[in-house]
Design a protein around this ligand. Structure first.
Ligand SMILES: [Mg+2]
Length: 223
């Protein structure tokens, strides 16, 4: 793990990574996606959920499928689904402290929108601690795990992939990061889709708690 003290670019996924999947923040977004589809296409919530998941698995995000198959306006969709009340989500002081100790560059890399990134990081009390964020509009709506957004991320922030690490809860989203030369770190969780590729060789590190992991590296760096 000592080699991680040499990392110059820390890249974090947002949902279920900077906060735990147990919090159910993402369930709120998930529900809004179902109601968007239900209202827009006049189907009941069960059918809407089916369409939502089908597109998610086939295209990487529900939005990507909706754009391709139903010509949905991405801006309208993103505004609707990310308009969630998460005022109940507690601040994460431990995460904040450890992020502050990382003096290297820090970025957020999300398949969501900038507004959602703002909302979540504000609520967690970690806003303003990052050097930049890359969202689905920066990715021209081509989501992880496609290679394109990883390349665009590297370009946007002028990163050196060999000195970068990506931390993610969806194991499969680490593959293209590894192909570009990044270190990869999977945040263990029990979601079937997120863990199905957890044993693939492109995963360098597996952790079960993000702030504790950062704390270990921060201690190593100072020794
Ligand atoms: Mg995630």
């Amino acid at each position: 793990m000592k080699e991680l003290t040499e990392i110059k670019y820390w890249i974090f996924d947002l949902d279920n990574t900077l906060y735990s999947g147990q919090t159910k923040v993402f369930s709120e977004v998930d529900k809004k996606m179902s109601s968007f589809i239900s209202e827009k296409f006049n189907v009941d919530l069960v059918e809407a959920k089916k369409i939502q998941k089908e597109y998610f698995y086939e295209y990487g995000t529900t939005l990507s499928g909706l754009m391709k198959k139903k010509n949905v306006n991405p801006k309208e969709f993103l505004e609707f689904v990310h308009d969630i009340d998460i005022s109940w989500l507690p601040k994460d002081k431990f995460l904040r402290e450890e992020l502050i100790k990382i003096k290297e560059k820090k970025y957020i890399f999300s398949n969501g929108s900038h507004a959602h990134i703002e909302n979540v990081t504000n609520q967690l009390g970690i806003n303003g601690l990052f050097d930049g964020a890359f969202d689905i509009t920066d990715a021209d709506f081509v989501p992880k795990p496609h290679l394109d957004p990883y390349k665009k991320l590297v370009e946007k922030f002028n990163l050196d992939p060999k000195k970068s690490i990506l931390i993610e809860d969806i194991a499969h989203n680490l593959e293209q990061a590894k192909n570009l030369g990044m270190k990869t770190c999977w945040l263990e969780n029990d979601e079937a889709f997120a863990k199905k590729d957890a044993n693939k060789p492109y995963i360098d590190y597996k952790i079960n708690n993000l702030p504790s992991f950062l704390q270990k590296i921060n201690i190593l760096r100072n020794n």
